[in-house]
Design a protein around this ligand. Structure first.
Ligand SMILES: NC(=O)c1ccc[n+]([C@@H]2O[C@H](COP(=O)([O-])OP(=O)(O)OC[C@H]3O[C@@H](n4cnc5c(N)ncnc54)[C@H](O)[C@@H]3O)[C@@H](O)[C@H]2O)c1
Ligand SMILES: O=C(O)C[C@H](O)C(=O)O
Length: 418
């Protein structure tokens, strides 16, 4: 990730489309390349204006504009059309402080790198029970403005959390082949409970992004802990389900040969097996799918996590795609906190959209976290989706109850997962 003095397209986190890749090969002006730059978030025309689609980026709208401006100036004035790195990398100063708990893990490390690249983040605190000082030292050598510090062991958790605007929690054990996410409950429930207790005490106004599985239960656990501590604000607690949306977008685009950047599939319900419900009938662009295609795509999206667990054959679950998804969700959250107006993501939150107290749906993000859930996605579902929605409710409810009972020290209900 070293900054170079060569072509600015190297600044992109990823090329966003075939068109962008071929444009890069043709060595366009850097300004043209950046106009096409889409960064981590492939914004949908359904949720963004044409302008914001063009500027949507991991850099944020303003950051992207500032970067384009700096490149216009420095590129044009450079005799070799190769501006010095210092003038190319001039993102805006920002004010958000992010803490990652479980930063030494398979998700934590690449996620921390992506966050270090974000000009929306001024300070990144890494925490793990394992030693993360080396990771912090390593990251701190990247010449992006965000300050990085490492905190290892429970004694340093308080300093890590102090002043955080967003706390991201990927701490916990991942699945091995043959396990369900619920099989992780025994270990991860306690980890999440302990960490959220600390967040309640030390960063009670922070947004909390929970990645640790089983998300369907760990989010209710976190809610109950925060309630017991008297600091629960349901607008600020999220189960990160962005990976389901990322997978749905990718798999649909592959299946129907669509431009990835155009595709947006809302995914509702929860984050485990059949509780993951992609609403393909609401996909943008509107796409004609046969019944078989819907069933096949839905199953692939629901089993995306298992696909990776099996491919890794005992070495863990999705880490890189999860880091990418979590970085996208963080960027959207920070843009909301920063006052951007039209920021939407799917997330697993306290919800009144169905009879279930927690439910993943598209939500509007704002200065205080969730501004509103978007009910429109649940209206006019296909027959297949209606049936799948009803079918997922018992399992999701059982997972929620299991999480709540764990904190309330009630008898934990037996959860039967197919
Ligand atoms: N929400 C999602 O879509 C999604 C996607 C992928 C993985 N996950 C989940 O994320 C979790 C982490 O996955 P991973 O692959 O990074 O696992 P990992 O084992 O590679 O990393 C977990 C890290 O957590 C740390 N840790 C454990 N207990 C801790 C504690 N009490 N305090 C601080 N740190 C602690 C470990 O030391 C380790 O560094 C798993 O539960 C996995 O199932 C969720
Ligand atoms: O599948 C897992 O266990 C990890 C994660 O929930 C995923 O969807 O990849």
């Amino acid at each position: 990730m070293a900054a170079t003095t060569t072509a600015p397209p190297a600044l992109s986190v990823r090329p966003c489309s075939r068109q962008t890749r071929s444009a890069a090969r043709a060595r366009p002006s850097p300004v043209t390349a950046l106009r096409k730059y889409c960064g981590l978030k492939a914004t949908s025309p359904s949720t963004a204006s044409r302008d914001s689609l063009e500027t949507a980026s991991f850099l944020g709208e303003e950051g992207g504009a500032a970067l384009r401006q700096s490149i216009t100036t420095s590129w044009a004035s450079s005799p070799l059309n190769q501006a010095p790195a210092s003038s190319l990398l001039r993102p805006r100063a920002s004010t958000f402080r992010v803490a990652v708990l479980g930063a030494g893990g398979g998700i934590g490390q690449p996620l921390s790198l992506l966050i270090k690249m974000s000009p929306l983040v001024s300070s990144l605190n890494l925490y793990d029970i394992a030693n993360v000082r080396g990771i912090a030292a390593d990251l701190s050598h990247c010449n992006s403005p965000c300050r990085v510090a490492g905190f290892s062991g429970a004694a340093e958790l308080a300093r890590c959390l102090s002043g955080a605007d967003v706390v991201i929690i990927p701490a916990g054990v991942p699945r091995k082949p043959g396990m369900t996410r619920d099989d992780l409950f025994t270990i991860n429930a306690s980890i999440v409970k302990t960490l959220v207790e600390a967040v309640a005490d030390l960063a009670p106004t922070a947004l909390i992004h929970i990645i640790s599985n089983p998300v369907n239960s760990t989010v209710p656990i976190a809610a109950e802990v925060l309630k017991q501590k008297g600091v629960y604000d349901p607008r600020k607690l999220f189960g990160v389900t962005t990976l389901d949306v990322v997978r749905a977008n990718t798999f649909l685009a592959q299946k129907k040969n669509l431009r990835l950047v155009d595709v947006d599939v809302p995914v509702i319900g929860g984050h485990a097996g059949t509780t993951i419900l992609p609403l393909l009938s609401k996909a943008r662009p509107a796409t004609v799918l046969t019944g078989d295609e819907v069933e096949e795509l839905t199953a692939r999206i629901q089993n995306g996590g298992t696909e990776v667990v099996e491919a890794k054959a005992g070495a863990g679950s999705a880490t890189l795609s999860m880091a990418y998804a979590a970085a996208r969700f963080l960027e959207s959250s920070l843009r909301g906190l920063d006052g951007d107006q039209e920021v939407y993501e799917c997330a697993y939150v306290q919800s009144a959209l169905t009879e279930l107290p927690f439910f993943a749906s598209r939500v509007k993000l704002g200065r205080k976290g969730v501004e509103a859930a978007v009910p429109a996605d649940l209206q006019g579902l296909s027959g297949f989706e209606e049936r799948a929605l009803e079918a997922l409710k018992p399992e999701l409810r059982a997972s929620i109850d299991k999480g709540l009972a764990f904190v309330r020290k009630e008898e934990v209900p037996v959860l039967v997962v197919a």
